[in-house]
Design a protein around this ligand. Structure first.
Ligand SMILES: C[S@@+](CC[C@H](N)C(=O)[O-])C[C@H]1O[C@@H](n2cnc3c(N)ncnc32)[C@H](O)[C@@H]1O
Length: 313
């Protein structure tokens, strides 16, 4: 779904990228040539973008990231006393429900690479008096943590930012105790109004050589692709569950503010400033099509939860 300019990693060549919203009309985007970057450069690029977003990320009150993370935590079924790890914790969408579930007898480590996210989440943890949570800065693609230390690892809407996801997932699996659980959430390909909105932006992006902000590696286009990542990372009993959430927006302006606080800001940044009012008007027409009887916009988003277990040892 929502991505600022990205580049394919050497491990995932351009031919293996998938554009979520590709249509015949704008098929030029489908095969955009990507400039290879080192994994380290890619990690730094995302860290910079999320650091810039950190003060507004997930702060508009639109129930999006927390709802998705709640679904992940529920599926991982933490119990009091367990040790949990939240990788790519952002503003704590999964961290807080994990902390509630494991209680003060348990522990949650929350890691993010963006200093602004870490600082803001640390403050929220302090304000809530959660002694069982540690928020740390670190690279989830290669977490420097003790193997076998966690009962469960959660990562909500993160893995598609990692340059070598299979390798990272194998490292995450090693952090689990024997039989420990791992769960990730990812976006299924956009459809309906999300896709139409994305296509509106494409009309204003004038450099087709750069990948679209919403492109991601082909492996995330299918449930089997993501399940395969976990299986090849050495996880067992891999299963996929899908949830469709209806994201409510009061109006177009709320949608605009929300989008600017997410990785969708990349779509805005690539369109010339003077085109923004026109983009918003066109997006508004699509949003109007999704109004319910109460007048509120409700946009359906499909989330994929992929879960697995470490071997029993
Ligand atoms: C879409 S946000 C999701 C945040 C949170 N899990 C949530 O559901 O709201 C992606 C998060 O992953 C973090 N991230 C991206 N690459 C990372 C990496 N290599 N190591 C750690 N965190 C990373 C970003 O800083 C950002 O906070």
């Amino acid at each position: 779904m929502t991505f600022a300019p990205t580049r394919a990693s050497p491990a995932l060549p351009a031919s293996m990228t998938h554009s979520w919203g590709v249509s015949g009309r704008r098929g030029r985007r489908h095969t955009a040539v990507m400039t290879a970057a080192t994994p380290q450069e890619q990690v730094a690029q995302w860290a910079g973008m999320f650091d810039r977003l950190s003060s507004s990320y997930d702060q508009t009150g639109v129930p999006f990231f927390s709802v998705i993370a709640d679904g992940l935590v529920a599926r991982l079924a933490p119990v009091p006393g367990e040790r949990a790890l939240d990788l790519g914790a952002g503003r704590g969408a999964a961290t807080f429900p994990l902390a509630d579930a494991v209680g003060t007898a348990g522990h949650v480590d929350a890691m993010d690479i963006a200093p602004g996210m870490v600082e803001a989440t640390r403050t929220a943890v302090r304000e809530r008096g959660l002694s069982q949570v540690d928020v740390m800065i670190g690279d989830a693609s290669e977490p420097a943590l003790a193997n076998g230390a966690y009962d469960l690892v959660a990562s909500s809407l993160v893995v598609f930012f990692l340059p070598e996801p299979e390798r990272s997932l194998a490292l995450w699996a090693a952090l689990l105790r024997p039989g420990g659980r791992l769960g990730i959430s990812t976006f299924r390909p956009w459809r309906g109004v999300w896709r139409s909105i994305e296509e509106v932006f494409w009309d204003y992006h004038d450099d087709p050589g750069r990948p679209a902000a919403t492109e991601m590696p082909e492996v995330y286009a299918t449930d089997e692709g993501v399940a395969g990542l976990l299986s090849r990372a050495g996880l067992h009993d891999v299963r996929t569950e899908i949830a469709t959430y209806v994201v409510p927006f009061a109006d177009t302006e709320e949608w605009r503010r929300w989008s600017l606080g997410t990785a969708m800001s990349g779509l805005w940044m690539r369109a010339p400033e003077e085109s923004h009012p026109e983009i918003l008007a066109r997006v508004g027409e699509f949003l109007d099509q999704s109004r319910g009887p109460d007048g509120r916009v409700g946009l359906e988003v499909d989330i994929r939860y992929t879960l697995g277990r470490a071997s029993a040892g």
